[in-house]
Design a protein. Sequence first.
Length: 401
Amino acid sequence: MTYVKKPKGTIAILTGGGDVPGLNPAIRAVTIRANREGFKVIGLRRGWAGITEVIRDHNADNSNNFQTLTDEIVNKAGRTGGTFLHSSRTRPSHMPKDSVPEQYKETYNKETNDMTPEVIKNLEWLGVDYLIPIGGDDTLSYGVHLHKRGVKVVAIPKTMDNDVPGTDYCIGFSTCVSRTIQMINTLRTSAGSHERILILEAFGRYAGFTAMLPTMAGAAHRCVIPEYKFDIDQLARLLVEDRNNNPSKYSVALISEGAMFKGGEMIFSNPETDMYGHAKLGGIGDLVSAKIKELTPKYNNGKTINIISQKLGYLVRGGDPDFLDSIVPMAYGNLALDLILKGMHGRLVVLKNGLYDNVPIDVVTASKKVVKVSEHYNTDRLRPYYHSFEMKPFLFMASDE
């Protein structure tokens, strides 16, 4: 008689929201460790969409909704960017009528539907004991919702904006900052050659960390962030001064996509919203560029200074992860398994003050993580402020202590 070792249990893992470098290393870390510990690992495809669309029939084709993960599969993808499980911005608790899967359309026929009961049934049908969602505050907020409904959730923070509460670091942030600096260094040669002002629109809907850190590193002269509504005249004056004081005759400003003019609101490229109520941001960089050019004669002896305007967009979220976004996801994946082996759930793995740890998952919806303007942003100079780095967190202003 052949003895077949029974798995300790089944772990499901998913990635939701925008892609970032570091997701595949996290999936790999979870899978390798879980398989070694005797668990079965299922990858849920397309974020919360895959588990919502599962057909509870063993004869049905669910290959578009989930797959069993092996060491061979994850090792192949583990060094690459993006997520081989794919992603979406699906929110099962607020599913539009048109997005309801075919098998549920008779039951869920309202304009907006809460499909959480089906998600829980699908997890049970798959035999999932623990669920590991990897995402930002939107994806993880639904993880909190499932946790409150009795699902055993261990969450991993991911977002290039680095704005998930409770942790100093989110997967994707380091690569985003590194790429931003790299792109600025690439474009500064053109700005210098033509003696122009370089305006770059960076990610950052509600938090300005992705604009602040590159500026602090010396990549930009000024930055404007969502947490502080800026005066365009002030920005124009500072950039003209920076340009004229620079022997290479150029200056650089980073504009968070969620930044707002004084007296204005966020700029949207598309009024349609996703299931989390977010409209697509974009266009603030071009608006700032046009206005800066218009104002430059006022501060440049009547002479206009031309502008180079560039939206960084997917250039900073695509491609392979840097070293931090290869190491931290590995640690986060193993931390998640440590908790599961202890029978713990309802937790978010974190990096806090240089130490790996975990906190209650409820922190995701209980608070907001943004730049503290009074401590870290100089509103007179429109750039990061710091007095001393002594006993500060590793990423300085990226802590929500």
